[in-house]
Design a protein around this ligand. Structure first.
Ligand SMILES: [Fe+2]
Length: 258
């Protein structure tokens, strides 16, 4: 009897210890909410300036928090004020004193030697991001209207078929890449993609054409907001596409002369 009593007492004491230990563990791993002083303070896009050179930064046409929650404010700030600024400064440095110094960016992309990786990466980085900013907007999303809507129905069957194909193309990419809606030489809309900072204006393009919509699939474009959930970022992009700008880009693609 004494033995049974001792065993029960030991078990009760052991479970008390485990219970205390779990409580202690919970208290240790608990993450406190940030205080007001710890909140991240966003800067202003207009305060970001490229070094003197041929190209200025394209003005970000909205604030860093304007695309939330689809694009997190910190993502947009770092993307614009660090990555885009670096591509622009590097492009200006790469073309200074060369035949490219006074060319349009489209002309540089069409003419550059793809073995010149410094120029290829930074000219692409500048152009691609400039289009990406304009591809999105705080009142974006929904379905396209006007001329681009007719062209999408004509070339993809419907908006939903276009959306499915665009998301599929994006989902197939591995690593740092871009997905594009382009106008080819025959005036037809096509979806294509490119690796690194390449784009459909370059001589090595698998599917050449004039880009009118750009999706950045580099990790820096989404990781702070989505971490590994790249597919969620791709889906969310459709909540912020600026179809008015895509429509203008489409109409301009027929009259632009480089
Ligand atoms: Fe980017």
């Amino acid at each position: 009897m004494k033995k049974i009593f001792f065993t029960l007492t030991s078990l009760l004491f052991l479970s008390f210890l485990i219970s205390c230990n779990n409580k202690k563990l919970t208290e240790v791993v608990e993450v406190p909410l940030p205080t007001a002083q710890e909140k991240v303070t966003l800067g202003f896009p207009d305060d970001v300036k490229a070094n003197p050179g041929s190209f200025l930064l394209d003005k970000l046409p909205y604030s860093y928090d304007a695309l939330a929650p689809s694009i997190s404010p910190l993502t947009l700030e770092v993307h614009y004020s660090k990555h885009y600024l670096t591509y622009t400064n590097n492009l200006n440095a790469a073309i200074e004193g060369t035949e490219y110094e006074n060319m349009s960016i489209e002309n540089i992309l069409a003419k550059l030697d793809v073995n010149d990786t410094e120029l290829r990466n930074n000219a692409g980085g500048f152009y691609n991001h400039s289009l990406y900013w304009k591809s999105m907007g705080p009142k974006g999303g929904g379905t396209p209207k006007d001329t681009i809507a007719v062209a999408i129905d004509r070339d993809f069957g419907s908006f939903n078929e276009f959306k499915t194909a665009f998301i599929q193309e994006a989902s197939l990419q591995f690593g740092s890449a871009w997905v594009w809606l382009i106008v080819d030489k025959a005036g037809k809309l096509k979806i294509t993609s490119s690796q690194n900072q390449d784009n459909p204006l370059m001589r090595n393009a698998a599917v050449p054409g004039t880009p009118i919509l750009a999706l950045d699939l580099w990790e820096h474009a989404y990781y702070l907001g989505y971490q590994y959930r790249r597919k969620t970022y791709i889906d969310s992009f459709f909540n912020v596409i600026n179809w008015d700008n895509v429509n203008e880009n489409y109409k301009n693609s027929f009259i632009k002369k480089y």
